[in-house]
Design a protein around this ligand. Structure first.
Ligand SMILES: [Zn+2]
Length: 253
């Protein structure tokens, strides 16, 4: 098992460096006892970065991160010639590609807000969401009302981001979560066996089950621009969005 250290609380998502022990070395990959590298999942791409020996005698590039049977596989590039290969039990330092990770945190938090506002404004729940680069898309279920005009939605999102509410993470018993599930913006079914449920809350805006990495405050999202929606077969709609160039808030290291 790999401890998913980035999940613990909102602050854990801001850890850029950490130390961990190597517990297994499957071909082309490293398994650590704990990690802050996010593995691909829930629409969020994997982190990138490096693993380094504490004495700096070797550095490996992490090119992909995947979850497999309770462990996290850090896929690494080839060991440079002349460098002793990594050994089980060895201590290594992990360093995240922070620019990439922070962009994903902004996109992911922006997506939660967009899903929440679309649920509030037109009663449509989010069936799936994904993002990469500087943009993302979500698919909304068919619903009782049409989407608001894009300019109206952009203004609504900007006002919420300017309010800068904090995000919180709570662990809620599954039964308690399911009792209130109909009032939430996410239409995704919880995987079997998830209990308690990790609920990510944007104060006064949203509460959504999620195992991703998010911001401390909504203001760090910066700006979101919604692109023209595309109708889907069955009455659903695909909504794409783009992130503004930079976040006005500077995260604490
Ligand atoms: Zn999330």
């Amino acid at each position: 098992m790999t401890e998913l250290a980035y999940l613990v609380d909102v602050d854990a998502a801001y850890e850029r460096t950490f130390e961990a022990h190597v517990v297994a070395l499957p071909p082309g990959a490293v398994v650590l006892d704990r990690t802050y590298f996010y593995p691909t999942g829930g629409g969020q791409p994997a982190d990138a970065g490096t693993l380094t020996r504490p004495d700096s005698s070797g550095t490996w590039t992490v090119v992909d991160v995947q979850r497999k049977a309770g462990t996290v596989l850090h896929r690494i590039g080839r060991t440079p010639p002349g460098l002793p290969p990594l050994r089980v039990g060895e201590l290594v330092g992990g360093t995240l590609d922070w620019e990439r990770r922070y962009r994903h945190m902004r996109l992911h938090t922006g997506q939660h807000l967009l899903s929440a506002r679309l649920f509030t404004l037109c009663g449509r729940r989010t069936a799936s969401a994904r993002f990469s680069g500087t943009g993302g898309e979500l698919e909304l279920e068919a619903g009782p009302r049409e989407l608001p005009a894009r300019e109206e939605l952009d203004r609504d999102l900007a006002a919420k981001i300017a309010d800068d509410p904090p995000l919180k993470i709570r662990y809620v018993p599954r039964l308690e979560f399911e009792r209130a599930a109909a009032g939430r913006s996410s239409a995704l079914a919880l995987p079997q066996g998830v209990d308690p449920v990790r609920v990510v809350e944007i104060e006064d805006a949203d509460a959504c089950p999620c195992g991703g990495t998010h911001l401390r405050r909504l203001g760090e999202v910066g700006a979101i621009t919604v692109l023209p929606p595309a109708p889907l077969v069955g009455g659903g709609v695909k909504v794409s969005f783009r992130l503004g160039a930079s976040s006005p808030a500077t995260p604490r290291a």
